[in-house]
Ligand binder design. Structure first.
Ligand code: GAR
Length: 200
C-alpha cells in the first residue's frame, strides 16, 4: 500500500478528486496518510478532516526563519514514512533537502501544458490569465515529478483542454480542473501505486 501525503494551500479540489478516486476504486494500492497545508484557512484541511484523514498546518510565518520552517517541514514529512508526496495546489517552495531525499517520490499538478505558462509566478488563476492573454486555443494540465527547479521535472501525464470563445480565467480554470487535473492526478497516483511508472 503506497503511503501518500498531500500538500495543499487552498480549496483542495484536487485533494477531493484523489479521495474520491480512492473511494471509487479507480486509485488502488494507495492510502492518504496526511494532508499538510501552509495556510490555516485552507478548505482542503476541512476536506481531509471530513474524510478522517490527519490534517495539519505548517506555516512559514510561524517560524523564525525559512531554514527553521524547512527543517520542521522535512521532519514532519519524514515522520509519516511516506512513499509519495503529492503537491496539489501547494504554493510553497519545497525545501531542497526534501527534493533530494524524495527524488522521483514527489509529484506536482500544474494547470497548463508544460513548458507553456509555467515557472516562477505562474500559479492558480495567473496561469489561465496568461494563456488567454496569449490567445492559445488549447491548454491543459500536467503532472510531473518535482526536481530542484520550478515546474522543470520529468513529465508523467498531460491532458489537453480546449479554450473557448468568451472564456474568462475562472471559466477556463474550472474546465481545466474538470477535464484534466481531476483526471490525470488520480491516474498518475494509481499508476505509481501499481508500478506502472518508473521511480528510479
Ligand atoms: C490547481 O489548479 C492546481 O493545478 C494549481 O492550483 C490549483 C489548486 O486548486 N497549482 C498551481 O498553480 C501550481 N503551480 P485546488 O486547491 O482546488 O486543488
Amino acid at each position: 500500500m503506497l503511503r501518500v501525503g498531500v500538500m495543499v494551500s487552498g480549496g483542495g479540489t484536487n485533494l477531493q478528486a484523489i479521495l474520491d478516486a480512492i473511494d471509487a476504486g479507480t486509485i488502488t494500492n494507495a492510502k492518504v496518510e496526511v494532508v499538510i497545508s501552509n495556510n490555516p484557512g485552507a478548505y482542503a484541511l476541512e476536506r481531509a478532516k471530513k474524510h478522517g484523514i490527519q490534517a495539519l498546518c505548517l506555516s512559514p510565518k510561524e517560524f523564525p526563519s525559512r531554514d527553521a520552517f524547512n527543517e520542521a517541514f522535512v521532519e514532519t514529512v519524514d515522520s509519516y514514512g511516506l512513499d509519495l508526496i503529492v503537491l496539489a495546489g501547494f504554493l510553497v517552495k519545497i525545501p531542497d533537502a526534501l527534493v533530494e531525499k524524495y527524488e522521483r517520490r514527489i509529484i506536482n499538478i500544474h494547470p497548463s501544458l508544460i513548458p507553456s505558462f509555467c515557472g516562477v509566478g505562474f500559479y492558480g488563476l495567473r496561469v489561465h490569465e496568461a494563456a488567454l492573454a496569449r490567445g492559445v486555443k488549447v491548454t491543459g494540465a500536467t503532472v510531473h515529478f518535482v526536481d530542484g527547479g520550478m515546474d522543470t521535472g520529468p513529465i508523467i501525464l498531460q491532458k489537453a483542454v480546449e479554450v473557448l470563445d468568451g472564456d474568462t480565467p475562472e471559466l477556463l480554470q474550472r474546465r481545466v480542473m474538470e477535464q484534466a487535473e481531476w483526471v490525470i492526478l488520480p491516474r498518475a497516483i494509481h499508476m505509481i501505486a501499481n508500478g506502472q511508472i518508473s521511480q528510479s
